[in-house]
Design a protein around this ligand. Structure first.
Ligand SMILES: NC(=O)C1=CN([C@@H]2O[C@H](COP(=O)(O)OP(=O)(O)OC[C@H]3O[C@@H](n4cnc5c(N)ncnc54)[C@H](OP(=O)(O)O)[C@@H]3O)[C@@H](O)[C@H]2O)[C@@H](O)CC1
Ligand SMILES: [K+]
Length: 515
């Protein structure tokens, strides 16, 4: 699913009005009707008090049109107009008149108004600001927002939590609605998925308001949301007359004394992702460990307790490198020498990333379209500090384009970057913030490249399967007890799930963790 910018949404709005020959008021009515249907289906006429807080623009207009529909169906409503500006949008005014025609009199709120009282079991509809927010709300509006956040009432936001910008991080976190549920028109917004802004969105769902399909299909977006339908488009089925050679040979290089487990996890993951053959390249202290714990994996060794040289005679299809490898001088030199001669595609993680960060002259030796999988600290070492999530995205994008590599930015919503586009993952959960989770991902991606997936597809599918495996595991493990081994064990179910259960239209829960 594409993620549009606010400007693109306004353009879609315009294209829809022109091509479908409808008025903007009709489009607003469609939007309000979708929200009404959503609420009515769940509430079935329940006499719960619904407080609708409406701004003076089109987001507020949506709120007023919704209020009218709720009223017409006998719901118990209270309407407030938050007068944060002297301007009024045309469609807001039309809908205000329609309320007055029905003798529904909103309460007008300004800087001098008392804060309305709201019961713990009431519902708040948040239609104060939409995607038109372009500056921090005034103090009194911010106080109103804080007041609403403090109530125990369920907050349903129209389109986007009020106070949340579409393209920047809020300067004042107190002036953003902490939404329980966001009903977003047609497309989700990028800010739902970033650590600093996703925290305002507990759950979200997209409502189809029939925006012009041609515009939506033709318009290129910088970001795309990755769910089952997206990964199925490039999934490569196995063929009957294939053999293990068809599915490539993954070489996993890493490990040091006390950190052989990382290689074990990655090797096993590569195997479970479908790699035909897997070889682990570890220091001698890891020989028996890997051989015993994953009998399917072959082992090559170098050095006693750490890797001192990277030199082998096999011909792998792809190399996953860096996990548990350490950053001792001898290993740094080994990596440097190896990078200067290597031509194989690489999946670079952990200590290999740390070594690259300290020796940025080595970046030039990364084969093009290599995949880098940094966690936030490793990323910071690689691209430098950022002031907020948006600057982080910009830096990653520039880095990925300059080095011609695929960047996998791990987080609650892992984002994969390549050639100027970001692919936002939707699987995974906070249980994944556990030791070895990253090693597992490196193994999965390596195993997919081995099978012939292009780098970008291997990264996107790998991240999806990694998260899906964890999602399937938590049913009987819970968040706390989930381990990397559980993730690996559920990989089979995650692949099967691609084909057994159709993609749900259900809401996607947005969680925040950095693993
Ligand atoms: N295509 C779609 O998806 C459809 C979208 N629809 C709905 O329209 C919504 C967007 O509506 P919108 O453009 O009228 O903007 P909205 O957010 O209501 O703000 C109103 C105005 O407030 C102002 N302003 C900004 N910040 C401010 C501040 N801090 N303090 C004070 N004032 C501030 C600013 O005006 P300014 O003062 O800058 O001139 C702004 O224009 C969208 O979210 C969705 O709900 C549907 O109706 C149908 C189809
Ligand atoms: K809103």
């Amino acid at each position: 699913m594409k993620v549009f910018t606010a400007q693109q949404i306004y353009n879609a709005d315009k294209a829809t009005i022109e091509r479908q020959q409808i008025s903007s008021d009709e489009l607003m009515e469609r939007a309000a009707t979708q929200i009404f249907n959503w609420m009515h289906l769940r509430m079935q006429g329940a006499p719960v008090k619904i407080h609708l807080f409406c701004g003076i623009g089109n987001n507020g207009g949506d709120g007023l049109a919704l209020a009218r529909q709720l009223w017409e169906h006998g719901y118990n409503i209270a309407v407030y107009v938050v007068k944060y500006s002297e301007k009024r949008s045309k469609d807001f005014l039309t809908n205000l008149d329609r309320l007055k025609d029905r003798k529904i009199w909103p309460v007008y709120l300004d800087a001098d108004s008392e804060l309305p009282s709201i019961g713990p079991d009431d519902i708040i509809v948040d239609a104060i600001f939409g995607i038109g927010l372009n500056r921090t709300p005034d103090d009194w509006v911010s106080q109103l927002i804080q007041h609403l956040n403090k109530t125990k009432a369920f907050i349903l936001s129209v389109d986007i939590p009020s106070g949340l910008f579409t393209d920047s991080v809020p300067k004042d976190s107190a002036s953003v609605i902490q939404s329980n549920y966001v009903l977003s028109f047609q497309v989700p917004k990028l800010v739902f998925f970033l650590p600093q802004t996703g925290i305002y969105v507990e759950q979200w769902e997209v409502l189809d308001i029939g925006l012009d399909t041609a515009y939506l299909m033709e318009t290129e977006t910088e970001y795309e949301l990755i769910a089952k339908n997206e990964v199925l488009q490039f999934y490569r089925p196995r063929t009957k007359y294939s053999h293990k050679g068809t599915y490539g040979h993954s070489l996993i290089i890493g490990g040091s004394y006390g950190k052989i487990g990382a290689v074990t996890l990655a090797s096993k993951s590569a195997l479970k992702a479908g790699s035909g053959l897997v070889t682990a390249y570890v220091p001698e202290c890891g020989y028996q460990i890997v051989q015993t714990s994953v009998p399917e994996v072959m082992v090559l060794t170098n050095g006693e307790s750490l890797i001192e040289a990277i030199d082998f005679e096999i011909e792998p299809t792809v190399i996953g490198i860096g996990i548990g490898m350490g950053t001792e001088d001898k290993t740094v030199k080994a990596l440097e020498k190896f990078l200067k001669v290597n031509k194989m595609p690489l999946v670079v993680d952990a200590d290999a990333l740390n070594i690259l960060s300290k020796n940025q002259n080595l970046l030039q030796f990364l084969p093009k379209e290599s995949i880098l999988t940094p966690h936030p600290k490793e990323l910071e070492r690689l691209v430098g500090k950022w002031k907020d999530d948006f600057e982080k995205l910009k830096k990653v994008k520039e880095f990925s384009e300059k080095q011609n590599v695929v960047m996998v930015i791990k987080g609650a919503h892992t984002i994969t970057f390549f050639k100027g586009r970001g692919y936002i993952n939707t699987t995974g959960n906070p249980g994944m913030a556990t030791a070895g989770s990253g090693d597992t991902l490196t193994g999965i991606i390596t195993g997919l490249v081995a099978q012939g997936y292009p780098s970008l597809h291997a990264a996107i599918l790998g991240v999806y399967i990694h998260g899906k495996s964890a999602d399937l595991s938590i049913a009987n493990k819970g968040y706390q007890a989930l381990t990397a081994t559980d993730i690996i064990e559920s990989m089979g179910s995650a692949f099967i799930d691609l084909f057994t259960s159709p993609e749900k239209e259900a809401p996607v829960e947005v969680e925040t963790n950095e693993n």
